[in-house]
Design a protein around this ligand. Structure first.
Ligand code: FES
Length: 75
């Protein structure tokens, strides 16, 4: 069972990082952004037009998680 103040980050397959339980996010410039939703998606492909948030661009570019696919190729 998770602690009520715990923040959990999950890598969505070939998509963003899903962050559950965050109260704020700090962007690359050091700006603190308040999080008001229970789950937010952070861009992992690097091409979102709304960084740090995912805007689904990863689907258009068919982003593939290099670690996940490297693991599959070596199996
Ligand atoms: S991971 Fe969704 S736009 Fe980058």
């Amino acid at each position: 069972m998770r602690h009520p103040t715990e923040c959990v980050v999950t890598a969505y397959p070939d998509g963003p990082y899903l962050v559950r339980g965050a109260h704020h996010v700090v962007d690359a410039e050091g700006n603190e952004i308040e999080v008001t939703r229970p789950v937010v998606a952070l861009c992992r492909c690097g091409l979102s037009g709304q960084k740090p948030w995912c805007d689904s661009t990863h689907k258009l570019i068919r982003f593939r998680d290099p670690v996940r696919h490297r693991r599959r190729e070596s199996d």
